[in-house]
Design a protein around this ligand. Structure first.
Ligand code: FUB
Length: 445
């Protein structure tokens, strides 16, 4: 290679590095799930818990590469616990299982949980379970929706009105709806193509009723997509466009809404590419679910958010550290991944030197003096237990010795400085090299 070409390549690489550095250093938002790429948030409040069903972009996805759906729960809206794969294309015997697990939504009726799932190009199916955690089974063994626009049948959103009538809404680029029977796995009457499709509707209808108003929110404008919404006096329209819940932003591309009320506050969930952008400036379909609090005006309209805030919402609950807390419960993390086995369930893995997990709003109450953790390890390493931030006060260090393998679990404990009150806790992992240990659960005493 001659010198001139060499200099030119070096200069270009330098520019790319500077651009990457600038792009990555400007990403301050913190998507709520970091161990996997997640999309199409479908939050459901059941009893005192938010169940967040998501679709799942594979780590090596370039375009849409989606084969299963994930479940996360929270009782405080800042810490999310992963429950792993809650359903997959393989749960539908009539579906090609290689791709197309798009946006699902779950709804409860009479103690049963109905998960409506689009398999892109193959139609909309429904799975049923006695528990929001699954296992979900296909009661029909065939599509729920039969029509002549299979390709457009995506993003099903179930809704049950106060009079008990249930509906299913879906579609791109049109909105369709049909009545569901009480069994929730059969339809009644004709499929209707909504004649008053709201302005800028793209896809992803999210139907709900609040204080007597019917709402349809949806991926709005293209591209980029924000989250728009329309209101009506009836579940079947006419729909009147009311504006944006979250503005379309150049920071993102696709979007998909989920809206709930929980513990006296209201929240919108949607997409960002902010996790991907921390790693690369190249665009891939590797999305992340983010969320924020929203405020309703007295007339039921919604105050628009410009984009996801940097800090996210405040905690509306606390973590009890005197009971086992799953390692995969986190408000934020860097570096680590999650995995699962049938025996162990979900655990934290790929823990390298300086990776960390932050858990917010941990209520130490009258005081904790010891830390205990279940880990499995070949090399071993250390867990620094820090207060409030990654650089915060060091409460103690727990040594994780080799257990003889990443599948052999043992408990380790260490003394810590006495701590009281409500704090964020940050576990900073230290050791030589990569994959120091796996982590199942922790607690304080
Ligand atoms: O995630 C695949 C598709 O992208 C969804 O079904 C749409 O809503 C869009 O988010």
């Amino acid at each position: 290679m001659n010198k001139k070409i060499n200099y030119t390549i070096t200069f270009c690489l330098f520019l790319v590095a500077v651009f990457n550095g600038i792009a990555q250093s400007t990403i301050k938002q913190k998507p709520i799930i970091q161990t996997k790429y997640t999309a199409d948030p479908a939050p459901m409040v059941h009893n005192d818990t938010v169940f967040l069903y998501t679709s799942h972009d594979e780590d090596d996805a370039k375009g849409f590469k989606m084969i299963d759906w994930l479940l996360y729960t929270s009782t405080d809206m800042v810490n999310w616990t992963e429950h792993g794969v809650v359903a997959s294309l393989k749960d539908f015997s009539w579906v090609k299982p290689d791709n197309g697990a798009w946006a699902i939504q779950c709804i409860e009726r009479n103690g049963k949980f109905y998960l409506y799932a689009p398999m892109h190009g193959q139609g909309i199916g429904v799975l049923v379970s006695d528990s929001p955690y699954g296992p979900f089974k296909d009661p029909l063994g065939k599509r729920l929706i039969e029509d002549n626009h299979l390709w457009n049948d995506i993003d099903p959103s179930p809704f049950i009105d106060d009079d008990g009538q249930a509906y299913l809404y879906w579609g791109n680029p049109d909105v369709y709806y049909v009545k569901l029977n009480k069994d929730m796995i059969s339809t009644s009457g004709e499929i209707v193509k909504e004649p008053t499709k709201p302005k800028n509707y793209q896809e992803g209808p999210w139907m709900y009723k609040r204080k007597g108003h019917y709402y349809m929110s949806y991926a709005s404008t293209c591209c980029p997509e924000g989250i728009g919404y329309a209101m009506s006096n009836s579940p079947t329209g006419p729909w009147e466009y009311k504006g944006m819940v979250v503005e379309a932003s150049e920071k993102t591309r696709g979007n998909h809404p989920g809206i709930i009320d929980y513990k006296g506050k209201s929240y919108v969930f949607g997409h960002s590419y902010d996790l991907l952008k921390r790693e690369t400036t190249t665009f891939y379909e590797r999305r992340s679910v983010d969320m924020d609090e929203i405020i309703y005006n007295p007339d039921g309209t919604i105050q628009t958010l410009p984009y996801w805030s940097v800090d996210g919402p405040k905690a509306v609950g606390t973590i009890n550290p005197f009971k086992r807390v799953e390692g995969e419960t986190m408000a934020w993390s860097e570096g680590v991944k999650s995995d699962a086995t049938t025996e162990k369930g979900v655990f934290v893995t790929k823990i390298d030197n300086n990776d960390y997990i932050e858990v917010q709003a941990v209520d130490f109450n009258k005081g904790a003096k010891r830390f205990q953790v279940s880990a499995a390890s070949i090399k071993g390493g250390k867990i620094e237990i820090r207060l409030d931030t990654k650089e915060g006060e060091l409460l103690g260090v727990c040594d994780i010795k080799s257990t003889g393998g990443l599948g052999t679990w043992k408990e380790f404990n260490s003394k810590i400085k006495k701590i009281k009150g409500v704090h964020n806790v940050v576990f900073v992992f230290k050791g030589g090299g990569a994959s120091l240990f796996n982590l199942d659960w922790w607690m304080f005493k």
